[in-house]
Write a protein that binds this ligand. Structure first.
Ligand code: LLP
Length: 426
């Protein structure tokens, strides 16, 4: 495994010190304390621009999949650059609106939308529901009727394609809970008259995440194209084509397709088609835009291993524990020595699964040293929890030479907010 050779975009060393854009990360750590997530405005917004440029011939709506990172300042930065948002819950709708996202750029996926969530989204006049079952379609029809609105709907098609990624993040195989099989989607279009309050005007496909090759996308989109050809022959007008997210990024030695390469593979498939294209990438935009910064509490040498125990744990960054994911480790100050030692970097949580890195060769570490975990901008903070009654980490955004805490470290008070002890407990 190549380690420590890839530097993310606007995170770089100047001398031996790690910088995010023009700010020394150690200076932020001294001011904010650890652990914290650190985001680069420039990397975030440039990733959106890269996609916009690669696909400029079709002027797609880029709906950032906000489950990857839903911090309001991050969302606002992207929305200001013309991005929309892909949401999956009422909470995400709330955040999207708080961040100022125009509802005409919000699309809503997910297999378990509740009546309340559906009604809120209808009232907000979002662009499209991405519908994942016939039962959901019926619910949206009933809600639209109640609210006397005409609602735009797109059908999420499950093309039964293996994206070749971790099983937990594959979504487009027949056995997955997501989407409608092609035949059911076709049938719904044939029966669209049953849904007088809905305009069924789009097709959506998302096959999984961290896909580094174009080939599974091409296979999936070819299947969708066959469906679209049938639909158009039968006179159904399709306005929106949502090609999902899933673009992979570099964590260690991956060589994922670039936005340009992706566009070169995808655009010819849709030549001459007049759809309004939508993409909903999360990781591609957020992954390498953020790092997770921790301080070493103890170096514990056992007969078996060297453990570096840091002040951030699996509750903060669960990807290594959940998927065995690799996040590169960058010391905030390099010691300049060639000598490397092998470490397991673990958190304070009382679980053996609480590790952030295993068997890594890193410069010699000491208590109090600061280290950053790379590629943590997507599915980092957004998957964090309060397990072990640990307040969630702060989030910091850098732009040029400025930085701001965009989410406070949680206080203990926040941990017990909303809880009460009934009198009869004693
Ligand atoms: N659209 C839909 C309908 C999705 O379900 C997802 C991600 C995306 C777009 C964005 O996918 P992306 O471009 O980020 O690959 N927690 C996992 C990833 C879960 C992805 C869930 N759905 C991880 O940490 O790797």
């Amino acid at each position: 495994m190549v380690q420590g050779t890839f530097m993310m975009h606007d995170f770089h060393y100047l001398g031996r010190e790690l910088y995010c854009e023009s700010v020394r990360v150690k200076d932020i750590a001294e001011r904010v304390g650890t652990p914290f997530y650190l985001y680069s405005y420039k990397t975030f917004t440039e990733h959106v621009a890269k996609l916009q440029r690669a696909f400029k011939s079709v002027r797609p709506i880029i709906c950032f999949s906000m489950k990857a990172n839903s911090n309001l300042a991050v969302l606002r930065s992207l929305v200001k650059k013309g991005a929309g948002l892909d949401i999956v819950s009422g909470g995400e709708l709330f955040r999207a609106r708080k961040a100022g996202c125009p509802s005409s750029r919000i699309v809503y996926a997910g297999v378990g939308k509740t009546d309340r969530e559906i009604e809120d989204a209808i009232r907000a006049r979002i662009l499209l529901f991405n519908v994942e079952s016939v039962q959901e379609l019926d619910r949206i029809e009933r809600a639209a009727k109640r609210l006397k609105r005409k609602v735009n709907v797109s059908l999420r098609v499950n093309p039964d394609v293996d994206p070749g990624t971790h099983a937990h993040i594959a979504t487009g195989k027949a056995e997955s809970k997501f989407g409608l099989d092609v035949d059911t989607a076709h049938l719904i279009f044939m029966r669209r008259g049953h849904y007088p309050s809905l305009s069924i005007c789009g097709v959506h496909v998302h096959i999984g995440s961290q896909i580094v090759r174009g080939e599974p996308f091409v296979r999936a989109f070819r299947k969708v194209l066959i469906l679209l050809a049938h639909l158009e022959k039968e006179g159904h007008r399709i306005k929106y084509l949502n090609l999902g997210g899933g673009l992979g990024i570099i964590y260690s030695d991956e060589r994922p397709q670039t936005a340009d390469e992706f566009a070169r593979q995808i655009l010819p498939l849709f030549k001459g088609k007049k759809y309004r294209f939508i993409f909903e990438p999360g990781r591609f935009i957020a992954g390498n835009s953020g790092v997770f910064v921790t301080r070493i509490l103890y170096i514990k040498r056992t007969k078996a291993k060297n453990f570096a125990i840091v002040d951030g744990g699996m509750n903060d960054l669960i990807r290594p524990a959940l998927y065995g994911s690799f996040h590169d480790i960058w010391p905030l100050s390099q010691n300049g020595k060639a000598k490397k030692l092998k470490y397991d970097v673990v958190g304070p949580v009382c679980e053996s699964g609480d590790f952030l890195a295993k068997g890594r060769f890193i410069q010699e570490l000491n208590a109090n040293d600061l280290i950053a975990f790379a590629s943590a901008g997507a599915y980092g903070f957004s998957m964090s929890s309060n397990y072990n009654a640990r307040p969630r980490a702060a989030e910091v955004l850098v732009r040029g030479s400025r930085f701001a805490v965009v989410r406070d470290r949680e206080s203990y008070q926040v941990l017990v907010r909303g809880e009460r002890i009934p009198k009869w407990v004693g």
